[in-house]
Design a protein around this ligand. Sequence first.
Ligand SMILES: Cc1cc2nc3c(=O)[nH]c(=O)nc-3n(C[C@H](O)[C@H](O)[C@H](O)COP(=O)(O)OP(=O)(O)OC[C@H]3O[C@@H](n4cnc5c(N)ncnc54)[C@H](O)[C@@H]3O)c2cc1C
Length: 385
Amino acid sequence: MSVLNVPNPPWASEDTELLAQSAERFFARECVPHYDSWEAQGCVDRDVWRKAGAAGLLCPSVPERYGGAGGTFAHDAVISRAAHLAGVEGFGISLHNAIVVPYIVAFGSEDQKRDWLPRLANGELIGAIAMTEPSGGSDLQAVRTSARRDGNHYVLRGQKTFITNGQLANFIIVVAKTDPKLGAKGISLFAVESDSVSGVRRGRNLDKIGLKANDTSELFFDDVQVPASALLGPEEGLGFQMLMEQLPQERLLVAVGAMSRIERALIATIDYVKDRKAFGQRLIDFQNTQFELAECKTEATIARVFVDHCIERHLASGLDTATASMAKYWLTDLQCKIIDRCLQLHGGYGYMNEYPIARMFRDARVERIYAGANEIMKVVIARTL
Ligand SMILES: Cc1cc2nc3c(=O)[nH]c(=O)nc-3n(C[C@H](O)[C@H](O)[C@H](O)COP(=O)(O)OP(=O)(O)OC[C@H]3O[C@@H](n4cnc5c(N)ncnc54)[C@H](O)[C@@H]3O)c2cc1C
């Protein structure tokens, strides 16, 4: 489903097309009918994770020998796109597949992969990544959560906030300082299985203006004893480097989400203006409506070409940080502008929550803030000038 005049991207294949169709059916059947109640309860039902695992929608880019489908980021991207086109915004499946799991694939030992990946693929484990703390999210080097080595264990102490999947997640990658004196080189990553340790306390499921079906939460680590084997990587102090390696994919994923929402906003608005009448004619017959949508469609087409180009480069050799930052900042800004213009064409109905465009307006706003605020993206891009 696309409203844009673009050919199938070179990175798409018959395989990704079939996966997209299967994901589209899954979200329509298993998520859309429950979405209002998920928004009301502030999280998705636990069992949808198991169902997504059974449907082959978890860990599509994980090698088959670890329980995945042996695909690539292209497979992650089409599942993410299908979720956004269906309006299933709060189900943190894309974060699980394309942000959390890749840390294990890239940096996990053979034992860690064999232990965790099959359970991440079948929905027994739900992923989260805990970087942000109440004292700040943009400055990752300043994290205060500590991890102290104690024999065969580490003891984690600290507080995190705004953590996507925070209430349901039982596999949490925690960013912590193993040596506070060393700055970035003192940061390590730990994979915490919260069901098998004590001291992981879940705080509030935060009351947000959008993404109501996601359990974005506070998390507290009260002297949590994790086995030494929870450390990711061969030694302490590699956490910041690992984050920097993985952030381009996270930023690209956000851009893919923004692109999908832009397409959904256009589809919903074109339908609406063809139906609604004012002054005896359809809204689409006003030249202003046509010009507004012509401009939006043009910008969306340019955006789609750029996103496809970034995906292709990412698949070929890994996308560089600056280009991924361009995609994240520019797409998420554009998304907010286009959704706002589309909402305006809905008149008062655009402000009513029962209309998809109203929900899109609320859900989209955070994209300019998380995964690195857009200002941080510009700092990164500016370094290349
Ligand atoms: C719904 C939601 C889900 C989230 N999910 C997760 C998650 O799963 N895991 C996780 O770890 N975090 C998550 N976050 C946190 C998110 O990544 C942070 O909110 C974000 O990185 C910004 O950090 P902050 O809120 O502390 O803002 P601050 O760091 O206080 O920055 C505030 C603002 O100051 C400006 N600013 C900051 N630094 C600079 C600079 N160097 N130059 C110019 N301007 C600057 C920017 O405008 C920025 O938006 C989530 C947040 C939300 C709202």
